[in-house]
Design a protein around this ligand. Structure first.
Ligand SMILES: C[S@@+](CC[C@H](N)C(=O)[O-])C[C@H]1O[C@@H](n2cnc3c(N)ncnc32)[C@H](O)[C@@H]1O
Length: 293
């Protein structure tokens, strides 16, 4: 795991986010995902914070997790959708929390990720299921190995891969920057090709290096085996324009604005100076009123 100069080597970022999303359960509603992290993952989550002097990463990930739960619930409650497909679920129990929060929704749920990660996720869920999880909820969650880059290279169709999901809500939590820009364009086109679909995600804007001295410090190490995944792309204005081509309703929020919406009083906000966190942006795109069912 560790060497002298770099204690963070080749561990999935999913271990880190499983820890951080549970740090502020009043924002994320998540106290469970942490249970899927390994001892090594827990140690590395702390080491990452110390090494980069980045304590706000816990808050950042908790805010994002809360946003996805809230947005997916809002979309489900429109009654327009029949399924939720989460890409790159890692060790997050977000879909479990969505089922718990929306017991009336009888739709299909998929958690997908790279094959090794799906295997690890399922093994770890099995070890905590009896003591911490509700078997009725777990039964509603299907898992599938799905490498997004491979699907892009093979130009596979999402409609064929998920044939029973006719009106899906897609979740892309913490993965878009690990995909090549060609893959992101392909994925948005695929997601947008449904008559009725929506997507909620966060992305790394291309100006993050200029906006955040913290990010530019971490950025130098990102592709040096610090984590298993490799940074492949940022979003630019063309990526967003692409999304707007497929979805008439697109909301594109700063992380700071989402935190401000979640707290009771603005004095509780901690994500204020972008030099102390990664100033990512959060997006929900939907077909909105233009859907003809
Ligand atoms: C930062 S973690 C996010 C995990 C989870 N969504 C969360 O927020 O806790 C990134 C995830 O992306 C997955 N990933 C990376 N490249 C991928 C690809 N080409 N296809 C599918 N998943 C991928 C990794 O396996 C990892 O689980």
């Amino acid at each position: 795991m560790a060497n002298e100069n770099n204690k963070l080597t080749n561990v999935s970022s999913a271990e880190l986010t499983a820890n951080y999303r549970c740090a502020f359960p009043e924002l994320s509603n998540d106290k469970l995902s942490l249970l899927l992290s390994s001892d090594e993952g827990r140690l590395l989550a702390e080491t990452f914070i110390t090494k980069y002097n980045y304590p706000l990463v816990r808050r950042k990930i908790s805010v994002c997790a809360g946003y996805f739960l809230k947005e997916t619930t809002r979309l489900i409650q429109t009654g327009l959708y029949d399924s939720v497909i989460s890409f790159a679920s890692g060790l997050s129990l977000l879909t479990y929390l969505i089922v718990e929060k929306n017991p009336q929704f009888s739709g299909i749920f998929f958690d997908t990720d790279l094959p090794y990660m799906v295997e690890q996720r399922n093994e770890r869920i099995a070890t905590i299921a009896d003591r911490a999880l509700d078997s009725k909820i777990l039964k509603k969650l299907q898992s599938m190995a799905f490498d997004i880059e491979a699907a892009y290279r093979e130009n596979r169709s999402l409609e064929k891969i998920f044939p029973n999901c006719k009106r899906p809500i897609f979740i892309l939590d913490g993965v878009s920057y690990f995909l090549s820009s060609g893959c992101v364009d392909w994925l948005l086109q695929q997601i947008g090709s449904y008559t009725c679909s929506a997507v909620t995600l966060y992305y790394w804007p291309e100006n993050m290096l200029e906006r955040s001295t913290l990010f530019s410090r971490v950025f130098k190490d990102l592709n040096k085996g610090m984590i298993k995944e490799e940074l492949k792309s940022f979003w630019d204005e063309n990526t967003l324009a692409n999304l707007q081509k497929y979805f008439p309703v697109v909301s594109d929020w700063t992380l700071e604005a989402i935190e401000a919406q979640m707290v009771n009083d603005v004095s509780e906000c901690q994500l204020i100076d972008p030099n102390t966190f990664f100033p990512v942006r959060l997006v929900t795109a939907e077909k909105g009123s233009k859907i003809v069912l």
